[in-house]
Design a protein around this ligand. Structure first.
Ligand code: NAD
Length: 481
């Protein structure tokens, strides 16, 4: 098998890491090494930041917002022209079933289309002030933006973070995750072909403890967009604080879907399951907790269980409902939670099936629905990041709110009820950055502002709102008498 080698992408040139080292990339469906990425160093990050800084005063910085938008729109079309290549690569790299990988390519193209169209529509204000003055506000790019990206949705998270940053005129340095980042590297080629000027996008691969730390500490970076775990997010924020630069943190979640007895269960049940097993549960906005009003609890457990028993787990290329998790390390983490559940006597309502011909070296985990789990159990409180959901009953709105809000996180919440007043009461009462009523969008909706409260992070990406996050407002006060 050929093992393709990727370098860093700096100033529109491919170059090996200054240390000359590489990191092996393995296919989680079969455990085989199929690519190598550069092990980026502090020096590589420095080169990338210099390249981005130069772009701001070069060709990229001179483009008008309309011209920037056109570049993004062209790159969007290039992404769609490469859809087969990107789909297969994402499936292989992350272990994502092909249909889900394809949806991610479409989402990346859509982000670029959306932000391409938005680039020349960010207006400032004029502010009524004293006689003889005109006061206006304008939005300006931060400058050099750093983007630290996780492995679970490389293309989607690149699209939402980079798309908005470039639309506002920033120049970016991207540090993708060492476990899966090949589509981000292919994207660099597509962006260059689409006419992205040198230095607007720079990509340095490598370990978080090396390239990631170097980017978050770099004194010439003006804003950091971080998506990943809470622990790392806190370190990135602390590093950025030393340079007094703003940080957007998109962290983990333990998002609940709350099902009331009057809900349309035919509509709800597919969402309840899919939002837990999509991308093998490795989704920040996965719905890992299902809370059900007691009157319909047994019915929902039975209907979800039926779906669980029909789930097939196998290689990404077979395009079943669930692929492997990203690595054996991640598999061990998920299995640790399941071992604790067994030790503590938790009841398994149902499990999916790993297909017989799945390679033994693959990182497969059978999707598992745990029922009647005590609220304080770690499977309820901690993010598992695997295909595991817990389901518990509740009595009345007050208890539903208490349970839903009873974790450290606050990313997304789903509410299923046909009572209009209750829909709004619940939407207002839950701690979450996004609330879905009678639907649930794990990651969906390019147009919808997204982000968390509590340990799920702060700042908003996606939607028009993200553009303000990638800009700083300048107030101009003119005295003209
Ligand atoms: P992680 O925090 O280990 O890694 C994320 C990125 O940070 C990687 O690129 C990694 O190399 C880098 N990194 C690691 N240590 C670093 C350091 N000390 N300094 C700077 N960078 C460093 O997270 P992960 O395990 O790869 O991803 C899973 C987590 O991401 C989950 O908690 C999940 O909920 C979260 N996530 C959140 C969202 C969201 O939008 N809220 C989306 C996807 C994933």
């Amino acid at each position: 098998m050929t093992v393709k080698t990727y370098g860093n992408f700096i100033a529109n040139k491919w170059q090996d890491a200054t240390g000359g080292e590489f990191i092996a990339v393995r296919d989680p469906s079969n455990g085989l090494e199929f690519a190598r990425i550069a092990r980026g160093t502090r020096d590589d990050i420095d080169l990338a930041v210099r390249s981005a800084r130069a772009a701001l005063s070069g060709e990229w910085g001179r483009l008008t917002p309309t011209e920037r938008g056109r570049v993004l729109t062209r790159i969007s079309a290039g992404v769609l022209r490469n859809i087969d290549l990107l789909t297969e690569l994402e499936a292989r790299d992350v272990g994502k079933p092909l249909t889900q990988a394809r949806a991610d390519v479409v989402a990346l193209a859509r982000y670029l289309e959306f932000y391409g169209g938005a680039a020349d529509k960010v207006h400032g204000d004029t502010i009524p002030y004293q006689n003889g003055f005109t006061v206006l506000t304008v939005y300006e790019p931060h400058g050099v933006t750093g983007h630290i990206i996780p492995w679970n949705y490389p293309m989607q998270i690149l699209g939402r973070s980079l798309g908005a940053a470039l639309a506002m005129g920033n120049a970016a340095v991207v540090k993708p995750a060492e476990e899966a980042c090949l589509t981000i590297l292919e994207f660099a080629r597509i962006a260059e072909e689409g006419g992205l000027p040198s230095g607007a996008l720079n990509i340095v691969t490598g370990f978080g403890s090396e390239a990631g730390v170097a980017l978050s500490e770099h004194p010439d970076v003006n804003h950091i967009s971080f998506t990943g775990s809470v622990r790392t997010g806190e370190m990135v924020q602390a590093a950025a604080a030393k340079n007094a630069v703003p940080v957007t943190l998109e962290l983990g979640g333990k998002s609940a879907q709350i099902v009331f007895a009057d809900a349309d269960l035919d509509r709800a049940v597919p969402f309840l399951v899919n939002a837990g097993i999509q991308n093998a549960g490795q989704t920040c906005s996965a719905s890992s907790r299902i809370l059900v009003e007691r009157a319909v609890y047994e019915e929902v457990v039975a209907r979800m269980s039926e779906r669980y028993r029909a789930l097939k787990v196998g290689p990404a290329g077979s395009d079943l409902s669930v692929g492997p998790v990203v690595s054996h390390r991640q598999k061990a983490i998920v299995e640790g939670f399941l071992a604790d559940a067994a030790k503590d006597g938790l009841k398994v309502a149902a499990q999916g099936e790993i297909v017989a011909d799945a390679p033994a070296e693959g990182a497969y985990v059978a999707p598992t629905l745990l029922r009647d789990v005590p609220h304080q159990h770690r499977t309820v409180q901690e993010e598992i990041f695997g295909p595991v959901q817990v389901i518990m009953p509740f009595d009345g709105e007050e208890e539903a709110i208490r349970l839903a809000n009873g974790t450290a996180y606050g990313l997304v919440c789903g509410v299923w009820t046909n009572d209009g007043g209750r829909q709004l009461r619940m939407a207002r009462a839950v701690h979450a950055g996004q609330v879905f009523i009678n639907n649930y969008g794990a990651g969906g909706g390019v147009e919808l502002p997204f982000g968390g409260v509590k340990k799920s992070g702060h700042g908003r990406e996606k939607g028009f709102e993200a553009l303000y996050g990638f800009a700083s407002m300048k107030t101009i006060s003119v005295y003209h008498g």
